[in-house]
Design a binder for this molecule. Structure first.
Ligand SMILES: [Mg+2]
Length: 243
């Protein structure tokens, strides 16, 4: 870990009403097909993230990509979104981030990390004389439960970092994704460790084909990430109105 400081956040309203609104709901974003396409910001991505930063609403990124340290990845992501310096590495869970949880257990062991769908590779055969790999296989990345558990924990820690004095329980977590099988399926089937409710919003800027019926039903389908954030802000504002 690089020990990067938390980024500066926009000044927010600190009235009790807005604090209640800010802390009761949160976001988890997929990156590719939601915020970026071919490493470029999708329309509305910057505005969507800025809406949350300005309101101090906690969010993290949960992505199946990886291949670089979290700090470098969030720095690049912030640059690509046009908000340099405004994201923290604490807000990112990549496919290999949960490996950190294995460090102690496997500190003195050899670990072979394989890409998606690898059952057995020539590399493994060569180094183990073809030992049975299956009992040792642990799958990471969405839609695995482990990855969602890491995402949820990162979100809670970030929420606490943003509200050190007063971090009430997170009522709702909105998963914004473009892939029904990873993002929607994973979030719908994940059982919260914190009694939060996971809700799913599918966007049409990525792999989901507009107009087709998704295999796993999300709570909402919207054109893009900005519409997703606006929808949630509207829903949550309604929730917050006195009866
Ligand atoms: Mg995606």
């Amino acid at each position: 870990m690089s020990g990067q400081k938390s980024p500066k956040l926009a000044t927010t309203n600190t009235s009790s009403t807005s604090e209640k609104t800010q802390s009761a709901f949160t976001f988890v974003f997929d990156i590719d097909g939601v915020l970026l396409e071919n490493k470029k910001a999708l329309p509305g991505a910057k505005e969507a993230i800025k809406m949350l930063l300005g309101r101090k609403i906690p969010f993290v990124f949960l992505t199946n990509s990886g291949g670089m340290p979290e700090f470098r990845h969030t720095t690049l992501l912030a640059q690509r979104l046009g908000i340099p310096g405004l994201l923290s590495e604490h807000q990112l869970v990549q496919s290999h981030t949960p490996f950190k949880g294995l460090l102690e257990r496997f500190a003195d062991k050899n670990i072979l990390a394989l890409g998606m769908n690898s059952e057995k590779t020539p590399l493994w055969e060569k180094h183990t004389n073809g030992a049975d790999l299956n009992p040792a296989i642990v799958r990471y990345g969405k839609p695995s439960e482990t990855t969602f558990a890491w995402g949820e924990r990162a979100l809670h820690e970030w929420h606490t970092e943003l509200n050190p004095q007063n971090a009430p329980p997170i009522r709702t977590i909105y998963m914004i994704g473009d892939d029904v099988n990873c993002d929607v399926y994973g979030a719908k089937n994940f059982k919260s460790r914190y009694d939060s409710e996971w809700k799913t919003i599918l966007v049409e800027t990525g792999v989901h084909e507009k107009g087709t019926k998704p295999e796993h039903e999300p709570d909402h389908i919207v054109p893009g990430v900005k519409e997703a954030v606006e929808l949630v802000l509207n829903l949550e504002m309604q929730n917050d109105e006195p009866a």
